[in-house]
Design a protein around this ligand. Structure first.
Ligand SMILES: Cc1ncc(COP(=O)(O)O)c(C=O)c1O
Length: 193
């Protein structure tokens, strides 16, 4: 388990800082540009993408860099909801103590006709996989649950929740997909059927 944010109270690791400094000092070009400064930045970006893909055991093209946690949350949530909408599924499950980047986006989706179930958080500061299982419906298109709470640091049983979602996906008659997103600054984990 990689918990990369430590509730936003930990200074950056010296290893990460050392890796970033050359990019900030020397390879500062726009990686989309054709000039050599931009091309150097593009090479560095590609190398970082490949390193992160190896660490996360995924394909480099599956890594999306964003400007921060809210953008990552919005990108994952809104695009997953859109895929659900296209299949006629408009029910979303989340937790009552998500970051506002998720809760506010869920409010917006409610205004667009989605139905949202917010699971209550128990005395140990988490939700259980059983709660998720009981909330899943035939029209559920998305379960979005944070990996660790940004205020109280409780770790959610994300592997068990993922297994419940995969089980629900496999029991639906229509083709479905499942994936996880872990933006390193905000660590939400999202599954979609
Ligand atoms: C779960 C979660 N989502 C989103 C954010 C917001 O991140 P940012 O300020 O980079 O947009 C945070 C910040 O701590 C977070 O913990």
């Amino acid at each position: 388990m990689i918990y990369a944010d430590n509730a936003a109270t930990t200074k950056m690791s010296p290893v990460a800082l050392a890796a970033m400094l050359p990019a900030l000092e020397d390879n500062y070009g726009n990686p989309s540009s054709l000039h050599s400064v931009g091309q150097h930045a593009a090479e560095l970006l590609q190398s970082a993408r490949e390193t992160m893909a190896r660490c996360l055991n995924c394909k480099p093209r599956e890594i999306l860099f964003t400007s921060g946690g809210s953008e990552a949350d919005n990108q994952a949530l809104l695009s997953a909801a859109e895929l659900g909408r296209l299949k006629g599924k408009k029910h979303i499950i989340s937790t009552a103590f998500e970051h506002h980047a998720i809760l506010h986006s869920l409010k917006r989706l409610e205004k667009q006709g989605f139905e949202v179930t917010l699971l209550p958080v128990g005395p140990t500061g988490t939700v259980t996989a059983q709660q998720v299982k009981e909330a899943i419906r035939p029209d559920t298109c998305l379960v979005t649950v944070m990996y660790a709470n940004n205020e109280i640091g409780s770790i959610l049983p994300i592997e068990e929740i993922g297994a419940v979602c995969r089980g629900a996906c496999c029991s639906t008659p229509t083709p479905c997909r499942q994936w996880d997103t872990c933006p390193l600054t905000s660590r939400p984990s999202t599954s979609i059927c």
